[in-house]
Design a protein around this ligand. Structure first.
Ligand SMILES: CC(C)(COP(=O)(O)O)[C@@H](O)C(=O)NCCC(=O)O
Ligand SMILES: [Mn+2]
Length: 927
């Protein structure tokens, strides 16, 4: 879940709305020792008191709005329709977030929509960016020109019986007009006379006239098989956590090697079933099918149980016991297994077979049992025929898609069991997270020059904004995102609440040997009627993202250290994040002036994030493979979704000011030291200053006990080697050499910085200065968007410029790196050498999270990495929660203070406030 883009807010208010109706051992040491290596720096005046950290933003402070944030252009906004209406639709004709493509798959029961919204390329006048680009040799000419430069793919579905709601939705969002046409709203459907929309599925024929009449658009019919295959190929190549296995209630994502994808069998289970052998893009053959499919289950089920909807029928099956109606092996063999041929007593010998001998009528059977019997009969049958076809063509992988599955755990388990059983484990059934959207995606792919074919996994970021994907419902509000609508949607969403969001207890998976499952085991009580609604996010297309080139083995790289598929871990982190929520909301609301609007947004944010947490507790793999980094990023994304730009802005400012005030003294003390003592003091300084972490509850409790500088001093005084992980001597040898041999300096170091205040100013900047002084170019790598109190790339140049006022080394390097211009700096430093300096640069990392997924970084970081031979990752988020186990092609130093007791125990068998200094040399010779 890494990456830059921020989801614009959707005003979607669909079916969901309809439902609405209805220990630490650290103490403050206040004796101010005068030695800098273990001492206290001067305590600043009263205004540094922690109690004042939460002061409101000073008048005139500007709020940084990220360039990647979609802004609403309200010019020429007009009310559409009757202005007297309570919530009239407001049209934003100049909104740049225009829609260029829409594609549809109109099936018998559901209409699936895939639509694309585009951003203008965010050109910027940022001088830092320009100089960095020049320095790093990034030219726009190197990059291919994408028709899609930053945009998003949305996935939405409607019931076909409610096609008018679908048409309203398309109309309200103007999805049927592209580009320039969008800017000229008219209610006259003739204006779109020449517009053609790609569509597949039988409804593309059936409803063509209705589309013409209501929207004035023509449907360009695309072949259903072509679309299914194109959609599946795109998903399997472009989305990291798309395919998964599902066995005995356990969902496991499968890493698909793009170079080894074909051939495979695609089984699409709609009303009927198609089995397609796929050999490549556009290369496929429908090899088989069966008329016993989703339509059969629904049709027979409706007749036999009087259920009103497919989902109701499916939900019934959850409580069913098919042994009351199916004839089992044990029924024939007097309760015994037929072990000679490997059949257990519970194996279904004949679906519905008991009905022939029982002297019973339909009314004597429970609808729940009928539904389960039907479901098992059809799923096993499909699984078996699929396997036989895979066998026919020597295919090992079978992907199942189509809306029959609709994320239903028991259906997937049953199909998987059949494939496993008949293939004796040789073939594997896999499922797709976007199972229902294959056709619509394929239809979308059939537009020419959309640029999607060339996008790679690392250029796609999936986000899960609240309320985005939905089925049906009334359309309210303006055609483009409206925060107010979203907030009220959240309010109602949670009022209805528990059914959608509360965790469902997981029943332990149970089987009874070869015969299969006794009763549905994968889920407890109820099937969510919006089962797939929260599993499919909005797909952001970000061509500027790259894989970090210094990863030793990108294919094996896993950013997360903490895997939340372990239920105990998930429960623990769920509790941590839930407990932090009230305080975070307070900070976020205060950062926006504490207005009523901010309070309402804060409340909606808390509801939305809690709903995500509850959803993930219920199904940890709902959004793809879940690690701790994903949860922490989700929290930041959620804040942005409700327009909280930077919740810790004022805290960051205060901590920067306090730290900058004591920096000159620190530099003077450092310069008095020997090279060796200085290096150790610098590393100690980084570790000590990493204590300023507003994401850690233990640390936040600590901040109430002293001023910034007191805490910093105390933290430094606690620095005792050996640290829990202590490779300092190895690092020192690489830096200073041994036995009279002096190693060459590193050419370029990438310093992945963490928190604002002391962490950056008194920790990482002095370390950067040491590297610069030794002739190593330094690139400070900082977040693109705010996350907790982390310093951002946008904020760093000002901090560096301020620090450079007291230090010639930093000043010359910052000038060489284009961070500051001469005139800005009033030098006070005594050492005035005029020689040219190696540069100090700042690049953004491409993320807005306290952690970093190095598979998706900014192109400027990727460019900076090309000449780098040292990377330093700092902080818990970047070097412990993520990347602790990452291996690099260059030397790597991981520095962090562990500010969580449980993590300390689990990761380093230590305790809270222990430190990590992990050094791993590149596998190349420097001597
Ligand atoms: C969010 C963080 C990873 C940030 O740590 P940092 O990278 O700033 O060192 C960390 O504060 C964290 O894991 N906090 C949650 C756990 C806790 O409150 O102990
Ligand atoms: Mn941090």
């Amino acid at each position: 879940m890494a990456g830059l883009p921020v989801e614009p807010l959707l005003e979607i208010d669909g079916k969901n709305e309809e439902k609405v109706e209805d220990n630490n051992d650290i103490y403050i040491n206040d004796n101010n020792k005068q030695s800098i290596s273990k001492g206290a720096l001067p305590v600043r005046e009263e205004s540094d008191q922690v109690g004042e950290r939460e002061m409101a933003l000073p008048p005139g402070s500007s709020i940084h709005r990220s360039g990647s944030r979609p802004q609403l252009d309200l010019s020429k906004a007009a009310i559409q329709g009757n202005p007297e209406e309570r919530d009239p639709t407001i049209l934003l004709p100049n909104q740049s977030d225009d829609i260029s493509h829409l594609a549809l798959d109109i099936g018998g029961s559901l209409i699936k929509l895939v639509y694309f919204s585009r951003h203008e390329d965010q050109s910027t006048d940022d001088t830092r960016k320009k100089t960095v680009k020049e320095r790093l040799g990034i030219s726009n000419g190197n990059r291919r020109s994408y028709p899609i430069l930053g945009g998003r793919l949305h996935f939405v579905k409607f019931e076909t019986s409610k096609i008018n709601e679908c048409l309203d939705f398309i109309s309200s969002k103007q999805l049927h007009c592209s580009g320039i046409e969008c800017h000229h709203w008219t209610s006259d459907s003739t204006a779109n006379r020449n517009t053609v929309i790609k569509a597949t599925g039988g409804g593309a024929f059936k409803f063509a006239d209705l589309f013409k009449q209501r929207l004035g658009v023509s449907l360009d019919k695309e072949d259903e098989m072509d679309c299914l295959v194109a959609g599946a190929n795109f998903l399997l190549k472009a989305i990291r956590h798309e395919a998964f296995t599902h066995m005995e209630g356990q969902k496991e994502f499968v890493q698909i090697d793009h170079n080894d994808l074909f051939p495979y069998l695609l089984v699409n289970i709609g009303s009927g079933v198609s089995m397609i052998k796929v050999d490549g893009d556009g290369k496929f053959q429908r090899v088989s099918g069966t008329n016993v499919g989703g339509g059969t289950y629904w049709g027979l089920g409706r007749l036999l149980t009087k259920c009103k909807s497919f989902d109701e029928l499916l939900e019934l099956s959850q409580k069913g016991d098919n042994s009351t109606i199916d004839m089992l092996v044990g029924d024939i063999y007097g309760g015994m297994d037929y072990s000679k041929i490997g059949l257990s007593a519970s194996t279904i010998a004949s679906s519905f077979g008991k009905a022939i001998s029982d002297n019973k009528e339909l009314k004597d059977y429970r609808p729940e049992d009928i539904s389960l019997s039907l479901l098992r009969m059809i799923s096993y049958n499909i699984g078996q025929i699929s396997y036989l076809n895979a066998l026919r063509f020597g295919l090992k992988r079978i992907f199942f898609g189509g809306f029959f599955i609709r994320g239903h755990a028991y259906t997937m388990d049953t199909i998987s069991f059949a494939v496993q059983f008949w293939s004796k484990g040789d073939a594997q059934a896999m499922f797709l997270r976007h199972e229902g959207f294959l056709g619509a995606l394929g239809a979308f792919m059939s537009y020419e020059k959309h640029g999607l074919d060339d996008l790679r996994v690392h250029q796609l970021v999936e986000r899960f904004p609240m309320g985005a994907p939905y089925t049906g419902g009334k359309i309210h509000g303006p055609p483009l995102g409206d925060l107010n609508e979203k907030i009220s949607w959240m309010e109602k969403f949670v009022l209805k609440g528990t059914e959608i969001t509360a965790p469902v207890p997981m029943a332990p998976p149970g089987t009874t040997g070869l015969g299969g499952f006794e009763v549905p085991s994968s889920k407890g009580g109820t099937l969510r009627s919006d089962a797939s609604a929260l599993n499919v996010g909005v797909l952001h297309l970000v061509p500027s993202l790259d894989v970090f080139p210094l990863l030793a083995d990108p294919k094996m790289y896993e950013p997360n250290t903490v895997d939340l598929s372990d239920h105990n871990e998930l429960e623990y982190w769920f509790m941590v994040l839930s407990e932090q929520l009230p305080d975070l909301v307070d900070k976020a609301v205060a950062s926006e002036g504490g207005t009523d609007d901010a309070k309402r947004r804060g409340d909606a944010f808390a509801r939305a994030f809690s709903a995500h947490l509850a959803r993930l507790m219920e199904e940890p793999a709902a959004y793809g493979k879940l690690g701790l980094a994903n949860l922490l990023e989700l929290r930041e994304e959620c804040l942005r979704e409700f327009h909280f730009v930077d919740a810790y802005r004022s805290i960051k400012q205060r901590e920067n000011e306090a730290s900058l005030a004591v920096l000159p003294d620190l530099l003077v003390e450092l310069d008095r030291m020997s090279e060796e003592a200085r290096l150790l003091t610098l590393i100690e300084g980084v570790l000590a200053a990493n204590i300023f972490d507003w994401g850690s509850r233990a640390c936040v409790d600590l901040y109430h006990k002293g001023t910034i500088i007191e805490i910093y001093t105390m933290s430094r005084n606690k620095m005792q080697r050996p640290w829990r992980v202590d490779d300092f001597d190895l690092f020192k040898e690489r830096m200073l050499g041994s036995g009279g041999k002096k190693p060459p300096p590193h050419k370029r170091a990438l310093l992945f910085v963490d928190n604002s205040g002391a962490d950056i100013v008194l920790g990482m900047l002095p370390l950067a200065r040491e590297l610069l002084r030794r002739g190593t170019e330094v690139v400070l790598v900082a977040n693109s968007l705010p996350a907790i109190n982390d310093v951002t790339a946008m904020e760093l140049p000002d901090i560096v410029a301020e620090a450079a006022k007291h230090c010639d080394i930093l000043r010359r390097a910052a000038e060489a790196g284009g961070l500051i211009v001469d005139a800005m700096v009033n030098t006070l430093d005594s050492c005035k050498e005029n020689s040219a300096s190696v540069p100090l640069m700042v690049v953004e990392n491409g993320c807005g999270s306290p952690c970093i997924d190095l598979r998706q970084v900014s192109s400027e970081l990727a460019a900076a990495a090309k000449d780098a031979d040292l990377i330093i990752l700092e902080g818990m988020g970047r070097s412990l929660h993520t990347n602790f186990n990452a291996r690099f092609k260059c030397d790597a130093l991981k520095l962090a203070m562990v500010k969580n007791q449980r993590l300390a125990e689990k990761l380093i068998k230590g305790k809270i406030y222990d430190c990590v200094c992990r050094y791993e040399a590149a596998q190349v010779e420097w001597l």
